[in-house]
Ligand binder design. Sequence first.
Ligand code: LRH
Ligand code: MN
Length: 386
Amino acid sequence: MSDDRLLDRLDRLEIETPSWGYGNSGTRFHVYPWPGAARTVEERIADAALVHRLTGCCPRVAIHIPWDRVEDSVELSRLAASEGVEIGAVNPNLFGEDDYRLGSLCNPDEAVRAKALRHLAECIEVARAVGSDVISLWLADGTSYAGQDDLRRRYDRLVAGLEETYALLDPEMTLLVEYKFFEPAFYSTDLPDWGTAALLCRRLGAQARVLVDTGHHPQGTNIEQIVARLLGEDLLGGFHFNNRKYADDDLIVGSVDPFELFRIMVELTHGDDLDGIALMIDQSHNVEGKIDAMIQSVGNIQAAYAKALLVDQQRLTEAQLTGDVLGAHRTLVEAYETDVRPLLARYRERQGLPADPVTAFREGGHAEQRIAERGIASVESAYEQG
Ligand code: LRH
Ligand code: MN
């Protein structure tokens, strides 16, 4: 692919950042407060807007309800617009309340299921108010002991709950269905894998699509093959990019296995463009600064995307069709081993962006300004809240 075509593709690459990636977050052991970290939805949007100004490719910020709930959602979208970004996917939260101990849509208690549906209806209303057409749904629902509940009855409840939710969507809305193989449930998860998510999306209809969170698979899973399958079935709706070494670690995307991220991008770039596929980041920055970690993440995605676009598809296909195993593999690795930093610097230069956005953030006084304005917000981990 010519550099110009590649630069055009980079110009069109859009990455959505998560509001929850800008605030203090941690593990059940401790939450280490970061100086100047965002404390309110307004500050989270302001930080997302700064990331967009420095990278040029993050025009939307995903919100999570109730973490980002406000009185006037229309006002929130106006605030975002005044900062130069839009509100992206609206993420319901059906795990952060006592009532959801035994699940939300899959809960044996009908009253709890009804409560969950009311929350989903509220999130669809918020999406309408902020001008978003994406509801991004993850369910923590599951069981922790064999026999705790009937696995088929839970699935039937899940289907019924999702069908009621789907019926509430406006025609232009998309319901992203996110799966995860375990945690916080430790015996069965009601939406554990891509197959279950795909079956549900097929059952619901064309507005339902599968969301692949790169941290939600058992070790050794071939995620790019899942991506290829979902693309082939026109069921892929989007990604929650992050990286993990062990479980759902939510580390910086590409920080543990950049070759895996590249392989995923190779499948994504098979087609002509990424229309209709939401590229979103879903991370929690427990020991590092939030904003520069997000900018680093965006850069890692851009680099993997650029390398994937450099794959000599014709040579690759020839090698594959003639059974030249090593030749095919080397064609892929050649693109992966290409240094795309000069190309990304040209892309940024063309867009009037800083050549190295992380350095621009670090040397731009942005962190110091936020510490002066916001100080250090104290937070307690799950254990400390007692
Ligand atoms: C669950 C998950 C989901 C979000 C949450 C913040 O592990 O990936 O996407 O709601 O993280
Ligand atoms: Mn996720």
